[in-house]
Write a protein that binds this ligand. Structure first.
Ligand code: NAX
Ligand code: ATP
Ligand code: MG
Length: 364
C-alpha cells in the first residue's frame, strides 16, 4: 500500500509541475480545478490550507438527500441500466444494484431476452425488462417492426426514469446498437440524463451526434475508451503531459458533455472546467469497478439535478454527480481492499458502498 500511495504522490507532484504550480504535496488527497479561461489551479494540501479532497466529500454530503418519513417511493431516484446481453450479465447487475445500495428507490435493467432470467436470478430487488434483441434472434425482414416495438416498450417507462445508464455489458451487436441509438434520441428529447459507459461508449464514439451538445450526457471512459474517443474527436493521441487541458478540449469539442476519465486519479470536465478526484482508491483492478461507478454517478446526478433545480446553479449537476460518484466508488474500493486484499472482487466493493456512505454522510 505504501508503495502504491508513493506512486500516486509522485504522479500528483508531476502533474502539479506540469500545470505550472509550485506547491509541494505530501498528500494523496488532492483535487484540482483548472479553469477554462485562465488555467487557474486550485490545489490544496492536507495539513496546510483547505484540502480539495474535502470538497469531493462535501459535494457528496450536500447532494445526498436526507432520509425522512414524509417521502414516498421514487423520490430518491429511479435509475435504469440499458445493458446485458448473451456474453455479459455481471456488468448491468453491478451498475443497477450499486444504484440501489447507494439509495435510489428503484433500479431497472433493460436487457436482451437471453440475459434477463440470469440477471433476475442475481437479485429480486431489480426490475428486469427482457426487451432488447440481438441480430441472431431477429430475421432480417422483421428488424424494422421489432425495433419499433422495442422503442415503444422502452418509451412507456422513459418518463419515470431520473437517469439512464447506457452500456454496461450491452455488447456490440449492430441491430441492438441501432435500437439503443433510437432510445437515446428519445431520452434526449425528454431531457433524461444519460451516463454512458462500456459498449455505450463504443456506440457513441462512432455516433457522436447522439450526445453532442447534450448537457445531461456523462461519458465515463476507461483507459481504452478514452484513447478511442481522443483519436476520433481530437484526431490525435492521448497526451498525459497536458491531460486536464486535453480533457477540457475533448468535452468542449463534444458540445459540453461531461467526461469522467477514469484512472489513478479520476478527471472530470464539462468543457468549462476540469476537476480531479484522487482520494482513497485501491490497487486492485478487478473488472466491474467501472460498472459500480456508472450506477453511482447516475444516482448522484439525479440527486444533484433536484438540488440544482431548487437552489440554483453552483456547478453543473453532471459535474457534481461525477465527483460524488467517483469519491464514493473509491472509498468503497479502499474499504473492501483493507479487508480482502488480493482477493477483493467487485461484489466485495458493492458490499462496502453502504458503510462508505455512512462514513462520509451519516444518516441523522
Ligand atoms: N462481469 C461482467 O459482465 C463485466 C462486463 N464488462 C463489460 O465488458 C464489455 C467490454 O468492456 P472492457 O472494459 O473489457 O472493454 P475495453 O475496450 O476497455 O477493454 C478491451 C481490452 O482492453 C484491455 N484493457 C482494459 N483496461 C485496460 C487498461 N487500463 N490498460 C490496458 N489495457 C486494458 C482489457 O484487458 C480488454 O482485453 C463492456 O460491455 C463492459 O461493460 C466489464 O464492465 C467488466 C465486468
Ligand atoms: N490506478 C487506479 N488507482 C485507483 N483507482 C483506480 C485506478 N484505475 C481506476 N480506478 C478507479 O476504478 C474505477 C473503475 O475504473 P476502471 O478504469 O477500472 O473502469 P473500467 O475499466 O471501465 O471497469 P469495468 O471493469 O467495470 O469495465 C474508477 O472509479 C477509478 O477511479
Ligand atoms: Mg468499463
Amino acid at each position: 500500500m505504501q508503495q502504491y500511495y508513493g506512486g500516486i504522490i509522485r504522479r500528483q507532484q508531476h502533474l502539479i509541475r506540469c500545470l505550472g504550480a509550485d506547491h509541494q504535496s505530501n498528500s494523496i488527497n488532492t483535487l484540482r480545478l483548472v479553469n477554462n479561461s485562465n488555467t487557474r489551479m486550485q490545489s490544496a494540501m492536507s495539513g496546510g490550507g483547505p484540502t480539495l479532497e474535502a470538497d469531493a466529500l462535501s459535494i457528496l454530503r450536500s447532494i445526498s438527500p436526507t432520509l425522512d418519513s414524509s417521502k414516498h417511493k421514487g423520490q430518491a431516484g429511479k435509475i435504469a441500466v440499458l445493458g446485458g446481453c448473451r456474453e455479459y450479465t455481471g456488468a448491468p447487475y453491478f451498475s443497477a444494484i450499486s444504484a440501489l445500495k447507494i439509495g435510489a428507490d428503484l433500479s431497472h435493467v433493460i436487457c436482451t431476452k437471453d440475459a434477463a432470467p440470469v440477471i433476475k436470478s442475481y437479485s429480486p430487488e431489480l426490475i428486469v425488462h427482457p426487451l432488447l434483441e440481438e441480430s441472431y434472434s431477429v430475421r432480417e425482414e422483421d428488424r424494422k417492426s421489432v425495433s419499433t416495438l422495442i422503442l415503444a416498450e422502452v418509451d412507456k417507462w422513459m418518463e419515470r426514469f431520473d437517469c439512464l445508464v447506457i452500456g454496461p455489458g450491452l455488447g456490440r451487436d449492430p441491430f441492438l446498437l441501432d435500437c439503443v441509438s433510437d432510445i437515446m434520441k428519445h431520452a434526449r428529447q425528454r431531457n433524461v440524463p444519460m451516463v454512458i459507459d462500456g459498449d455505450g461508449l463504443f456506440l457513441v464514439t462512432n455516433r457522436l451526434d447522439l450526445v453532442s451538445g447534450y448537457p445531461l450526457a456523462v461519458l465515463t471512459p476507461n483507459v481504452n475508451e478514452y484513447k478511442r474517443l481522443v483519436q476520433k474527436v481530437l484526431n490525435c493521441e492521448v497526451n498525459d503531459q497536458d491531460g486536464p487541458q486535453q480533457l477540457l478540449s475533448l468535452a468542449s469539442s463534444i458540445g459540453g458533455v461531461t467526461i469522467l476519465r477514469k484512472g489513478l486519479s479520476d478527471y472530470i470536465s464539462d468543457g468549462k472546467e476540469v476537476r480531479s478526484v484522487s482520494i482513497f482508491g485501491s490497487p486492485r483492478r478487478c473488472g466491474g469497478q467501472g460498472d459500480i461507478l456508472s450506477g453511482s454517478v447516475a444516482v448522484f446526478l439525479a440527486w444533484a439535478r433536484k438540488l440544482v433545480d431548487k437552489e440554483g446553479p453552483t456547478m453543473s449537476p453532471t459535474m457534481l454527480g461525477c465527483i460524488a460518484g467517483s469519491a464514493l466508488m473509491r472509498k468503497a474500493a479502499s474499504l473492501a481492499f483493507e479487508d480482502k486484499k488480493r482477493s477483493t472482487l467487485t461484489t466485495d466493493i458493492i458490499e462496502c458502498l453502504g458503510r462508505s456512505l455512512e462514513d462520509i454522510c451519516p444518516v441523522r
